[in-house]
Design a protein around this ligand. Structure first.
Ligand code: PEP
Length: 255
């Protein structure tokens, strides 16, 4: 973790939670923050669309930021069942995930689709958390670095800056499996991402972009992962559904 980039601890709740669960989880986190307005870490929760309005209320006055898990690339129109970036901004979101591997796999999202979504997110004055990462077959085939480079360059909008974009490296095989790459492997990929960002955005801008690690981060492995030089936080799935686990991960930023 660097001294200059503020770590981000972001929870991806995925398709979990009814109103009462989501409100209880968000309220617990707000209580744990205990009125602290400027913690060392930036905490973000990304509930399902159905819960966003309620969570916005539950976290009012706390330092918790609100995010969404996806959006459509268009502002409005004939897109039944979709949600646009302006709609999310209207609900008080600050962040939107783009290109989570479950979207890429389950909904066939390409790098071009992810880039179009990220452009829409930035155009609505929201920040994009752009997700990239290799499958197990790609890792076994020695293609991790190539896949990460291709996904990054294909998904990153031209208007990306350190202020409006965050990159989440999430090896697909580590998501929800309890397995993670070694600390050295994570650092190696994050260093590559920063080097590629420097080519796209310039050294100074790239130095400010936060790079999150995602994939089975938990209270037991968070300290080591968050201590890596180019890891600036975590995107957390399963462990973000328990306030004490998510809080413990956030606390690891302090060490
Ligand atoms: C995720 O889906 O973004 C994720 C990192 O999930 P988990 O923490 O459960 O592996």
């Amino acid at each position: 973790m660097s001294q200059t980039r503020r770590p981000m601890i972001a929870g991806n709740w995925k398709m979990n939670g009814l109103k009462a669960d989501g409100t209880a989880l968000a309220s617990d986190l707000a209580k744990l923050l205990n009125g602290e307005t400027d913690p060392v870490f930036e905490m973000v929760v990304c509930p399902p669309f159905t819960l966003i309005a309620g969570i916005a209320e539950a976290i009012t006055g706390s330092a918790i930021g609100l995010g969404a898990q996806d959006c459509h690339a268009a502002d409005k129109g004939a897109h039944t069942g979709d949600i646009s970036a302006p709609m999310l901004a209207d609900l008080g979101c600050k962040y939107v995930l783009a290109g989570h591997s479950e979207r890429r796999t389950n909904h066939g999202e390409s790098d071009a689709d992810v880039k179009a979504k990220a452009e829409a997110i930035l155009a609505s004055d929201l920040s994009a958390i752009i997700c990239i990462g290799e499958t197990e077959a790609e890792r076994d085939g020695g293609k991790t670095m190539d896949v990460v480079k291709t996904q990054l360059s294909g998904s990153l909008p031209k208007s990306a800056t350190a202020a409006n974009s965050v990159i989440a490296y999430e090896p697909v095989w580590a998501i929800g499996t309890g397995r993670t790459p070694s600390d050295d492997e994570v650092q190696e990929v994050h260093a590559l991402i920063r080097a590629e960002l420097a080519k796209a955005l310039g050294e100074d801008e790239a130095a400010g972009v936060r790079l999150l690690y995602g994939g089975s981060m938990n209270p037991g492995n968070a300290s080591n992962l968050l201590a890596l030089a180019d890891v600036d936080g975590g995107l957390i799935g399963g462990a973000s559904l328990k306030s004490e686990d998510f809080w413990a991960i956030a606390q690891s930023c302090d060490t």
